[in-house]
Design a protein around this ligand. Structure first.
Ligand code: NAD
Length: 314
């Protein structure tokens, strides 16, 4: 690819959904030239309404771009798009040599490594940079990026990531961004269940929510699930529990991320017990009406499934 195109830095942004749409808007506002593409016409229309130039095919977006930024639902979507089909060349074949393939989707660690290997084998550069911070963070430009990249590629994408986020952490080489994301979210999923079980137990034992919060938040039970995203209304007025568990971080996304953690636990042979159990718990929560609720709504599930009579009493 001519160096001039790279310096112009045109970004092909593929996947203009809940996260990708506002992230692309922030890049445009910061002066980047962005060409957007999504397979769903409504997403293209919404992006145009927010000032993003769009095209009708991925090939148009990618040809001549310096960066191909993807924000897609899954690793399968990403790998299929990279590879293409017998009838349609994939993104890797369409892009000019040396293009930066920057994937911000949340996908399996193994898929991230495979995607990077394919990109590099096709003569490109590759970075995985999944995010936390949700739609609110995407709109405000305050996401956290967890980055897996070679040092020189990290330096190349960092200014772009700083436009869309407030914290950018270089976690290691290809796949390390995804690894950091799922390890963190496994802690979060497990700790939210622990905090929720403790509140329900406290209720059974006659403790007020505030009393348990006042003790645990200043003691060894302190954690983000308790002090920021408290699963009961009251102690932390901004937590989703105060607005009937409107997300926040939706149960479906927690279930998805724990499945990715489970896959990584299995493929790396870790003797974990709580991670797989948390994955099972959030799967049923999502399947039983929790998919669109904040993941802290798991407490209502625990409460509903708890005995109303203490064991041993008639
Ligand atoms: P979304 O479903 O709203 O957006 C994904 C978009 O990708 C859709 O508009 C879809 O049409 C499009 N798409 C699918 N295949 C495509 C292709 N081949 N080419 C172009 N576009 C294609 O999902 P989202 O909520 O924006 O999440 C995107 C990613 O970010 C996911 O991996 C998710 O796990 C991760 N994530 C989401 C959140 C959140 O709060 N929503 C938070 C952190 C991370």
């Amino acid at each position: 690819m001519p160096e001039t195109t790279r310096q112009e830095g045109r970004i092909a942004f593929l996947g203009l959904g809940h996260m990708g749409g506002p992230m692309a808007v922030n890049l445009v506002k910061a002066g980047y030239t962005v060409t957007g593409y999504d397979v769903v016409p409504a997403a293209l229309e919404a992006a145009r309404a927010h000032g993003i130039d769009t095209v009708e095919t991925a090939a148009e977006a990618v040809a001549g771009a310096a960066v191909v930024l993807t924000m897609l639902p899954s690793g399968k979507h990403l790998l299929d798009a990279y590879r293409g089909t017998p009838d349609q060349p994939g993104l890797l074949a369409t892009a000019a040599p040396g293009t930066m393939f920057l994937d911000c989707s949340t996908i399996n660690v193994d898929e991230a490594r495979e995607a990077a290997a394919l990109a590099v084998a096709a003569g490109h550069r590759a970075v995985d940079a999944p995010v936390s911070g949700g739609v609110v963070g995407a709109e405000a430009g305050t996401l956290t990026f967890m980055v897996g990249a070679l040092a020189e590629d990290f330096d190349a994408v960092n200014p772009m990531l700083e436009v869309m986020g407030k914290r950018v952490v270089h976690c290691g080489e290809h796949g390390a961004g995804q690894a950091a994301k799922i390890c963190n979210n496994m802690i979060l999923g497990v700790s939210m269940i622990a905090v929720s079980e403790a509140f329900v137990l406290g209720e059974k034992l006659g403790l007020t929510h505030q009393a348990l919060f006042d003790v645990a938040s200043a003691a060894s039970g302190q954690c983000w699930a308790l002090t920021t995203n408290c699963p009961v209304p009251g102690p932390v007025p901004t937590s989703p529990a105060n607005r009937d568990y409107q997300p926040g971080f939706a149960g479906a996304l927690m279930a998805k991320d724990l499945k990715l953690a489970l896959n990584a636990l299995e493929s790396s042979g870790v003797a974990a017990r709580l991670g797989p159990l948390a994955s099972e718990i959030y799967d049923s929560f999502a399947a039983e009406g929790g998919a669109g609720r904040d993941f802290s709504g798991i407490i209502t599930d625990i409460r509903d499934k708890s005995d109303h009579q203490p064991k041993g009493q008639a």
